[in-house]
Design a protein around this ligand. Structure first.
Ligand code: NAD
Ligand code: LMR
Length: 431
């Protein structure tokens, strides 16, 4: 039972009497069963007995107590206040390389936390069902306490049924020498069918991240084919690019990845993407000043992030998989649970910064949790940045024109779709 339902239950069990929030809180408190001194303290119900023989003036004792409370606190309060129902997560391409890393991390609670049970619904092509059975055996052998149920299918409607979250991974990867956009012909149709299916059978609150390439345009196709699902519920993954950039910056400046904020990937998940350092800060200081090396920024950092996927394919012979799974997990985790930093996500443009509306472009966002995010707005944009972003938006528009037959709903809910390329260029004064 969710915390909200539990509160509603308390309210209805005292029907006729309007409870104050304080009274509801007291009733929730009284249903907790603290087992030890720390738990009683967490609820403010400590007794004199709890302090007997403990010298809390000794800093070592106090710090032991505080760290125990910090460890026990969230678990104790969540487990006791909320009986969580399993969340349903659909993963497509479940026998593939990315899924082979992603599924086990989902099962161990890395996305939704160690208290949230999950059901997995796994979609594959009929030809890959036998391989998928092997993956399922391994999931079973992991004996993951949070993993309650696994459904395996080659039928999209069965896979997306009642899904809360979907990872749209299933698609062909590119090989050496190809661009991600080259995969459009082979992969685009998958997302038309899956968008329709999600619209038909998933929960109306479903959140979907598209990983399969070309991710931005595939997310757009899925959303256009899901007219009853909010366009903000389909996002494309550019988190891998974002995290790749953070790793390069932290190496260059010799800082922790967590020290970096206000970094952004703009545009397409392709070699035209714009990894934008112009607003980034490191421990609150402007990164540009700390890096002090424009040659590195323009001639090493930006091309390296843009080409990192190809660099990995050249080295490994196959495209990135474990790092892609990690990025997908972080993307979804932040989207669902919130983030206190800028992160990059491919979302449907509503015209901010003059970016053509109705294409899925990577932008910096702040995630507020529960599927809500806000695009970082109105940051000053240099001509250099604007022209790089424009180049990537132009590529997205080209991809869009290649798949126009797969886009039945030319007006997305709430977004007027631009039909030409003029809008974004005019905004940046490039015409
Ligand atoms: P993979 O070939 O190992 O696995 C893909 C799986 O998808 C295969 O098992 C295949 O049978 C399955 N599949 C194909 N069509 C399907 C369909 N219609 N329904 C269900 N399953 C289907 O590939 P991978 O390494 O896991 O990569 C998957 C995709 O993710 C590729 O397109 C790759 O380019 C992309 N990718 C994106 C990013 C990113 O940052 N956005 C990063 C890495 C990889
Ligand atoms: C990546 O960025 O690693 C993936 O998109 C795979 C690829 O084709 O580069």
């Amino acid at each position: 039972m969710s915390a909200i339902k539990r509160v509603a239950q308390i309210a209805s069990s005292t029907a006729g009497k309007k409870l104050t929030l304080q009274e509801i809180g007291a009733q929730l408190d009284s249903s907790f069963r603290p087992k030890n001194a720390i738990q009683r303290m967490l609820l403010g119900k400590e007794t004199p007995e709890d302090f007997k023989g403990i010298n809390i003036k000794d800093p070592r004792v106090l710090s032991r107590y505080l760290s125990e409370a910090a460890i026990q606190g969230p678990d104790f309060l969540i487990v006791n206040s909320v009986e969580l129902q399993p969340a349903t997560i659909t993963v497509t391409g479940a026998a593939g390389a990315i899924a082979y890393s992603l599924l086990f991390r989902l099962a161990s609670g890395e996305m939704l936390g160690k208290n949230q049970p999950i059901n997995l619904r796994l979609l594959e092509r009929t030809e890959a069902m036998q391989a998928l059975q092997g993956v399922v055996m391994e999931l079973q052998d992991g004996a993951f306490p949070l993993l309650k149920n696994i459904v395996v299918t080659d039928d999209a409607d069965e896979a997306f049924k009642d899904a809360d979250y979907t990872f749209l991974v299933g698609a062909k990867p590119r090989s050496k020498g190809q661009e991600r956009g080259d995969m459009l012909k082979e992969n685009a149709a998958i997302f038309k069918e899956q968008g329709r299916s999600i619209d038909r059978v998933a929960k109306s609150s479903v959140l979907s991240v598209v990983v399969g390439n070309p991710a931005n345009t595939n997310a757009m196709i899925a959303s256009y084919n899901a007219p009853n699902t909010p366009r903000t519920s389909f996002t494309a993954m550019t988190r891998l690019d974002h995290d790749r950039a953070l790793a390069q910056i932290s190496k260059k400046v010799n800082c922790q990845v967590e020290d970096i904020d206000r970094f952004a990937i703009w545009g397409n998940h392709s070699s035209t993407q714009y990894p934008d350092l112009s607003h980034a800060t490191i421990r609150g200081k402007w990164a540009w000043d700390l890096i002090k090396d424009e040659d590195w920024i323009y001639n090493k950092f930006i091309p390296r992030v843009q080409q990192r996927g190809a660099e990995i394919i050249n080295a490994r012979g196959k495209s990135s998989a474990a790092s892609a799974a990690d990025a997908a997990l972080r993307h979804m985790r932040d989207w669902v649970l919130g983030s206190n930093k800028w992160v990059s996500m491919g979302v449907c443009s509503e015209g901010w910064y003059g970016i053509t509306r109705g294409v899925w472009t990577s932008v910096p966002v702040q995630c507020f949790g529960d599927g809500k995010f806000g695009v970082i707005r109105d940051i000053p944009m240099s001509k250099e940045s604007a022209s790089r972003i424009n180049k990537s938006i132009d590529e997205l528009l080209q991809e869009k024109s290649m798949v126009k037959d797969l886009l039945p709903n030319q007006t997305l809910r709430g977004v007027e779709v631009d039909v030409d390329k003029v809008y974004n260029k005019k905004w940046f004064g490039l015409l």
